[in-house]
Design a protein around this ligand. Structure first.
Ligand code: SAM
Length: 287
């Protein structure tokens, strides 16, 4: 299923990072220095539509954004604290505070590299530099996940993680903007990177059609797809299809969690619209 009228132009997705950046900051995530005036403007513009959507039981962006973000944080912290992961490569990180927060919490115990398209990466670099977060263990690099010679850019970046112990790759808020072929290429590249480490962990959110069925969902997806110009892609009807696609890429084990499965231990996962999204946790072992 696809809600779109035009071809992908990756940087047209970037405005959504201002929106999410504002949502993270207004909910106390990270340092307010990562939120932009443009994000606040988008947020206020969408508020009436979000209130209506909530009233009709439709999707509410803030609900599933917070749910997915906190579940990814939770799974990443657990893997770091269990001693499995000491490197994090975040794709399409936008104005997300995760790199800032994890670098503050774990210091030199982890190596955190966040990436995005060149303009967004430059903006993020400037913002992180201003709040004093950058250093040898926290860096920002430009990376277009759709380009590179067969994924060489991603592989080249992975070379920066020298411990070889455990790497987590995160792609939050990106997959549903990618056409199916690009999604599969990305998963293959991520797998090729992660299999080089003793432990590889891929964390991401993903919307599947089954969880986003109602008429208000369809309208919201169409409008968002048009706004970003790439369309919004529901590659899989049911989570089992996504699980199979990840397994056939080589990931094992693969989990597709509903945020509400964490309701007893992760904040915001019991919000009414939290379960519009799934959280992928897919692992690899060195081969
Ligand atoms: C919805 S935002 C999510 C940002 C952040 N992960 C978050 O959750 O707040 C989508 C991000 O994907 C980035 N993006 C879009 N296409 C990309 C591509 N081909 N390669 C890398 N990043 C891309 C955009 O620049 C934007 O920052």
């Amino acid at each position: 299923m696809r809600f779109s009228r035009t071809r992908p132009r990756p940087d047209s997705i970037s405005p959504t990072a201002h929106y999410t950046g504002y949502v993270w900051a207004r909910n106390g995530l990270g340092n307010g220095g990562l939120s932009t005036a443009r994000g606040g403007w988008y947020y206020r513009l969408l508020q009436p539509a979000m209130a209506l959507s909530r009233a009709f039981g439709g999707p509410v962006l803030e609900d599933f954004l917070l749910a997915r973000h906190r579940v990814i944080d939770h799974l990443l912290s657990a893997a770091i604290e269990a001693g499995h992961i000491d490197g994090v490569l975040e794709l399409a990180s936008g104005m997300s505070p995760r790199g800032y927060e994890f670098s503050r919490s774990y210091g030199s115990a982890i190596n955190y590299v966040e990436t995005d398209l060149p303009d967004m990466a430059a903006r993020k670099h400037e913002a992180l530099d201003r709040i004093g977060s950058l250093g040898p263990n926290h860096r920002v690099e430009a990376l277009d996940v759709l380009h590179g010679q067969g994924g060489d850019d991603l592989l080249a970046l992975a070379e920066e993680f020298t411990s070889g112990k455990g790497l987590a790759v995160i792609s939050e808020g990106l997959l549903n903007y990618l056409p199916t072929e690009a999604l599969r290429t990305l998963w293959s590249r991520v797998f090729a990177v992660l299999r080089r480490f003793d432990t590889g962990l891929y964390l991401s959110d993903l919307h599947v059609a089954e969880d986003n069925r109602g008429p208000v969902d369809a309208l919201g997806a169409t409008l968002l797809g048009r706004f970003v110009g790439t369309g919004l892609h529901f590659h899989f009807t049911i989570p089992e299809e996504a699980r199979k696609a990840l397994s056939s890429t080589g990931f094992d084990p693969v989990e597709l969690y509903l945020p509400s499965e964490f309701a007893d231990r992760v904040l915001d996962t019991n919000r009414p619209a939290a379960d519009r999204v799934r959280v992928i946790s897919a692992s690899t072992a060195r081969t």
